[in-house]
Ligand binder design. Sequence first.
Ligand SMILES: Cc1ncc(COP(=O)(O)O)c(C=O)c1O
Length: 392
Amino acid sequence: MSAPELAPDIETPRCLDPAAHTALRAEFPLLETCVYLNNNSTGAVPRAAERVLTDYWDTLRTWRDDVWQGWHVGLDRYADSVAALIGAPPGSVITDANLSTLLARVASCFDYRPPRDRVVTTDLEFPTVPFIFDAFRRYGARPVVVGSGGPDFDLDALDAGIDERTLLVCVPHASFTSGATIDLPRLVDRAHQVGALVVVDAFQTVGTVPLDVTALGVDVVLGGAHKWLCGVGTAFLYVRPELAATLEPAATGWQAGDRALTFRRSTGWAADAQRFAGGTPYPLTSLVSQVGLDLLAGVGVPAIRRHSLALTGRVLELAGAAGIKVVSPVEPHRRGGVVCLDVPDGEAVKRRLADRNMICSWRGWLRVGPHVYNTLDEVEVFMAALTEELRR
Ligand SMILES: Cc1ncc(COP(=O)(O)O)c(C=O)c1O
């Protein structure tokens, strides 16, 4: 059996202090309109985002050229806040519009030449991962998809699939369909043993499952704001600093150069993660996303995880009592922030629940993803409604 990835994962699940929790909930207006358990798809955005949007309009309304300076400070602050959340040093994270853009930029750093031309992935990836590496076949990349045979990762098959021909191992920290997490320490060990690099798509975990990229020694981590980070429309890329200094993306832009802000032709690469920048950045989404990130950082990911485990634990209990088939792993250290349920006619059930203001998502299985602002009561109300819908 594989080791738990991080100690907080196996702490006793428990909910947050009630008074602090009520105050936290009050920050999210969406919660007043429905039972919102859809956070693995799109997280709620705090009310202070409205002030950021108003300020942004004021900035546009009274435009001056030096606004850009302030926006760069805001962008850097957001990137460094993400870095702090995942245990990365300042300057090691860059943001862009979405994860796909950043992953393709990372992919463009490598020469895919035999004998080391393989990219090992799983069949539990978000579709953008195979799509991008298939496109890189024209540059010599040879994708190898390791089958899982079900909703959980097959770590033995992954170990066997990674060898001296492997350039990159690209896996999700948690599957977007089943919620199963992968044993990252084991994977990083195996990949590094044979000289391969590990790229982790952590979109489904960052903000709800602890992740310490430095302790893990992982090479590249990507994620985004609009799920568990309670933000909007921005994604991030972390590259291990010693590795970053050796990489040169072919898919690039002027902001990755060493003289970008002088508007002269650059002669080399910008320092730190800035070398993975593209063209003119889009500040609004980082400024809005900062609000949610600050709230989550105030609670702390270990406390968020304990709360999440208490709530997903209740989903599991109630599913068991109602005879609903659970797809996600049940052990705390192997499940992420979501519980996936195998229910007949799931998409229609999701819609009927939405008609009753109970919001979840469906991707082949019904996904129930409570976040730090949800309560046990909400989980119970939701599971009672689901049970009723299944008996109709
Ligand atoms: C695991 C995972 N990766 C990536 C994405 C999205 O990637 P992008 O930002 O390129 O749309 C999602 C969901 O939207 C996801 O669940």
